[in-house]
Design a protein. Structure first.
Length: 427
């Protein structure tokens, strides 16, 4: 066993009670942040019909509006990654959570399509740090063999938020209107900002596990990382996942309503079913199972690659929804798709801390999320065009399958063995 493995084993075997309680408190805090964060993301898809009526826009314009958040979110990923490596999780997380709460409040009072569009772009800026910051924080608080479940906790929160957020926001929308529904999610976000401000901290230097900043590490240039094939494996693989995720996040209520003729209220309720299943597969398969298999001594690469590839294959279940004629059949295949992909997602988010050179986890996580956000931008817009011109979701639900095949190829042949990228030579 290597010296680093012995060190990690020693840390795992004798954690202090206070440290163990603190690290799980931090994991819960990060998960809560994603839960609140996604209320602000899904409120737009729930308000699809209200937005069209209020601002007199067509399906294509709504598709652009749904993607506006992702544009600034994507642009911010590289600078956010470098900023996280430079100043840490606490500072970046505080500023980001404050901004996203303000942005949602601005959306609630927007008088025009243009101001609403601008507020969604501000939301993208505010929310841009959350996943790279969470990946870096888990890398600091947990050793590599114990990161599956805490990573799944914050990733599963995105699915749980969608599962409970869509019906809750839908009920609010139907009873008090979309503006007050948006204001409610803004209030929750500002409360989270206060909680994060007072609770989050990095572990003490002697108890940090991962990407600890050390003076003798020369900053890793983005150009060096762009020459690494493992980084491109992350780009393609996680990008494929995020395309399907955002397609369903922004269009699933509309698909159920117009294709299967489910009324708006039941559409909101039915939408929660696949996301609840995704929450369970995320935590159980992507979190608990990964850690349990690692504790049994199985190879990190075999365990993680198996979950990644199996999840992507199940993601192709979206094709089954194309041929479904009943709500039950459609929900089954959508649940298979998003459930499989959800199992793979926390494994993907554990990878930046596992493959990045020392001092570069924020950069790698930011680059991975930038690539995924390109997919997130494309998914609602492409779906809007395809549905708007064909009045059918058949082609829109078929497109992601090719992307998922490319993602599997990237994970197998580009990511390959899950081990750190060598640090660049000092100049």
């Amino acid at each position: 066993m290597a010296t680093s493995d012995l060190t990690n084993a020693s840390r795992r075997s004798t954690p202090s009670h206070a440290h163990n309680r603190a690290r799980w408190s931090i994991a819960f805090l990060l998960g809560l942040g994603v839960l609140v964060n996604f209320f602000d993301r899904v409120n737009l898809s729930v308000a699809h019909d209200a937005m069209r009526s209020t601002f007199h826009i067509d399906e294509v314009a709504f598709g652009y509006l749904a993607g506006a958040y992702n544009w600034t979110y994507a642009v911010c990923q590289l600078p956010i990654g470098a900023l996280l490596d430079a100043v840490g999780v606490a500072t970046v997380g505080r500023v980001g959570s404050l901004l996203w709460g303000v942005a949602t409040l601005a959306a609630a009072v927007s008088p025009t399509y243009g101001t609403l569009f601008a507020s969604r772009m501000l939301l993208g800026i505010g929310e841009s740090p959350i996943f790279p910051a969470n990946a870096k924080a888990i890398g600091l608080w947990f050793p590599p063999e114990e990161r599956g479940l805490p990573t799944a906790m914050f990733d599963a929160a995105a699915k749980l938020s969608t599962a409970i957020g869509v019906p809750l926001i839908g009920i609010l929308l139907l009873h008090v209107g979309w503006r007050l529904a948006f204001a409610a999610t803004a209030f929750a976000s500002l409360l989270y900002f206060g909680l994060f401000y007072f609770v989050y901290r990095d572990p003490p230097p002697g108890q940090q596990h991962g990407d600890t900043p050390r003076a003798h590490h020369f900053p890793v240039p983005f150009t060096y990382l762009l020459r690494q094939r493992k980084v491109y494996g992350l780009f393609i693989g996680y990008g494929a996942y995020n395309y399907v995720f955002y397609l369903l996040l922004t269009w699933l209520p509309t698909y159920l309503a117009v294709t299967l003729h489910i009324n708006l209220m039941h559409s909101f309720l039915y939408t929660g079913v696949p996301w609840l299943i995704a929450t369970a597969t995320d935590l159980i398969a992507g979190g608990w199972l990964v850690d349990a298999l690692m504790r049994r001594g199985l190879s990190s690469t075999i365990v993680r690659q198996t979950i990644l590839i199996a999840g992507m294959l199940l993601g192709m279940g979206l094709l089954g929804a194309v041929h479904s004629t009943t709500p039950g059949a459609a929900l089954f295949w959508i649940s298979v798709s998003i459930g499989g992909l959800a199992a793979a997602a926390p494994v993907s988010w554990s990878l930046p801390a596992l493959i990045a050179p020392p001092g570069a986890v924020g950069r790698v996580a930011g680059m991975m999320n930038l690539a995924s956000q390109i997919s997130a931008i494309a998914a609602p817009v492409i779906t809007g065009y395809l549905y708007g011109h064909t009045h059918s979701f058949a082609i829109a639900f078929s497109v992601p399958v090719i992307y998922l095949l490319a993602g599997i190829t990237g994970y197998i042949f580009l990511l390959g063995r899950i081990e750190p990228i060598p640090a660049p030579a000092l100049p």
